[in-house]
Design a protein around this ligand. Structure first.
Ligand SMILES: NC(=O)C1=CN([C@@H]2O[C@H](COP(=O)(O)OP(=O)(O)OC[C@H]3O[C@@H](n4cnc5c(N)ncnc54)[C@H](OP(=O)(O)O)[C@@H]3O)[C@@H](O)[C@H]2O)C=CC1
Ligand SMILES: O=C(O)[C@H](O)COP(=O)(O)O
Length: 498
């Protein structure tokens, strides 16, 4: 159970109230204020977390700056060793952490366990990759540039940035936190985590696994509180050297306010699934179900619009409808496919998109049904560009189908979006697939499979409003470092074997 056994330190006498983590200790905030986490299924308060003060943030950042200085002098193999230890502890305690994910964000039980295990694997992989790529630098000689003799040797290495601020979203509060924490730590940075409010308790449990692994005091801390209250103070703090953020439009606002520091932003998406006449329609239907409806569509990489050639549209829609009918709908504890969406306001937003489509004449392949935050899976056929759902991301189990008559039309619709995260194409013609992939303005295109971030060492990036920079283990490590050069100047040119 959450907050029991090795996690007992995290809670107050009232076992539903969780402390925050600062300077290697679990603390109550001096604000005396708590933030409620509402269980999306019961719509009742499940846990409470501390609303940290600005003073507490200042202390955390000061401690992080000090701890980082010693951490940067810790041998790479020792940093990796601690990360491997944290990964093992995280995997060992997968059950109570997964339980938090079920209660806080209504993630289906099996997927919740998968998220924790995947996170442990990510931390270990990151430790190994860090040892490899940070153990290497460059050696350059001066005579390749016109006018120079070989009188200068340039040695470059990757150095840490300082304090990395990590802000993950609700849908992967553990995995998208460690995908920022592990690269930051292996590269010699300290880390301040601000978890999403829904998902904060799972994140606090994950942080405790790092505590148990024995990382130095102050190197890792976790500030809780509403992003709308404490967010600006954190993101504009002069002690922060880098921000790694995943979430919605908030990321655009942060980018405008943050100082002259490296930013890694993974924001929303409107991933299109383009199906050509020669596409394998069974494969496409299976991927539409997996891509569009897993975790009830609450993934940035979810399939968010189907662009299907008119000549095969009826067949594809029938196949998808048959599969939608088989999806189980209900509580995450029962491991249902479709579970309540994260908040009531999210459910209201989704309903707004559905009603707009209804009013403008979309074809409902199923009856629209909602109970509390639970929305039954819905396929909307004959969606037209004047409908909001053609462009906006529902972040819910509702999927629009737009019928198209040419490849150009599909590319045009996909590229007209302000987002540019991923897209996918179903065709048996690899040459066409490559041409379409090249024409699509998205960070990744999947051929004959649904969009996905993983495997976690693959590069993951969005164009336009979908983000800044690139994630994936290797790219994140590199992003959280800076190049430092040392140039050795020789009195006379020197050529080896010359
Ligand atoms: N590209 C990607 O990889 C992903 C993108 N997303 C996108 O995120 C959205 C849904 O996720 P959601 O968690 O609701 O996104 P939000 O942008 O609302 O929140 C993301 C994180 O930012 C915090 N936050 C809120 N306000 C501020 C602020 N002013 N300053 C700093 N931090 C702040 C939140 O904390 P709090 O919870 O306390 O408000 C949360 O931790 C969707 O639009 C989706 O497309 C989601 C997942 C992955
Ligand atoms: O935030 C998201 O939704 C993720 O980054 C997507 O990850 P996934 O493709 O592994 O679900």
């Amino acid at each position: 159970m959450a907050g029991t056994s090795v996690f007992a330190e995290l809670v107050d006498e009232d076992t539903t109230v969780f402390k925050f983590y600062s300077d290697g200790e679990w603390k109550r905030s001096t604000s005396g204020k708590l933030v409620s986490i509402i269980n999306p299924t019961t719509r009742k308060t499940q846990y409470k977390v501390q609303a940290c003060t600005q003073e507490e943030v200042n202390k955390i950042i000061e401690a992080a700056k000090t701890a980082q200085k010693s951490w940067a002098k810790t041998p790479l193999w020792k940093r990796a060793e601690l990360l491997h230890k944290a990964a093992a502890i995280l995997k060992e305690h997968r059950a109570p952490i997964a339980e938090c994910l079920v209660k806080e964000i209504a993630k289906p039980a099996k997927d919740a366990v998968t998220e924790v295990v995947r996170s442990g694997d990510l931390v270990s992989y990151c430790a190994e990759e860090g040892v490899r790529i940070l153990g290497e630098g460059k050696f350059l000689v001066s005579d390749s540039f016109p006018g120079n003799e070989r009188t200068k040797y340039c040695l470059t290495s990757k150095i840490p940035l300082g304090v990395v601020l990590a802000i993950p979203p609700f849908n992967y509060p553990v995995n998208l936190a460690v995908s920022k924490i592990a690269p930051a730590l292996i590269a010699g940075n300290s880390i301040v985590l601000k978890p999403p409010t829904q998902g904060a308790v799972a994140a606090l449990h994950m942080v405790h696994c790092f505590h148990l692994a024995g990382f130095p005091k102050g190197l890792i801390s976790c500030v809780t509180g509403k992003g709308s209250e404490i967010g600006d103070f954190l993101t504009m703090h002069p002690g922060v050297s880098c921000i790694s953020f995943t979430g919605g439009d908030t990321g655009i606002a942060i980018s405008k306010k943050a100082g002259m520091i490296p930013l890694q932003m993974e924001l929303g998406g409107k991933d299109a699934c383009i199906i050509l006449e020669d596409g394998d329609l069974d494969l496409a239907a299976a991927n539409i179900i997996k891509g569009g409806f897993s975790y009830s569509g609450q993934r940035c990489t979810a399939v968010k619009v189907i662009l299907i050639m008119e000549s095969v549209a009826d067949t594809l829609v029938e196949k998808v409808k048959a599969k939608v009918a088989k999806l189980t709908v209900g509580p995450p504890e029962d491991d249902c496919d479709i579970t309540p969406v994260v908040t009531e306001s999210s459910a209201n937003f989704i309903e707004g998109l559905v009603m707009d489509a209804k009013q403008k004449g979309a074809t409902f392949c199923q009856e629209y049904k909602r109970e509390g935050n639970l929305i039954w899976p819905l396929l909307l056929d004959n969606v037209r560009p004047d409908m909001r759902i053609a462009w906006e991301e529902p972040f819910g189990p509702v999927l629009p189908v737009i019928r198209i008559n040419s490849i150009e039309e599909a590319i045009h619709h996909s590229n007209a979006s302000n987002f540019g995260l991923q897209g996918c194409i179903f065709t048996r013609d690899i040459n066409k697939a490559i041409l379409i992939s090249d024409a699509m303005e998205t960070g990744t295109v999947q051929i004959n499979s649904a969009p996905a971030r993983g495997p976690d060492h693959f590069p993951f990036q969005g164009l336009k409003d979908s983000g800044i920079g690139s994630q994936g283990i290797t790219n994140s490590i590199n992003m959280m470092t800076k190049i430092k050069s040392t140039v050795i100047n020789l009195p006379t040119p020197s050529y080896a074997m010359g």
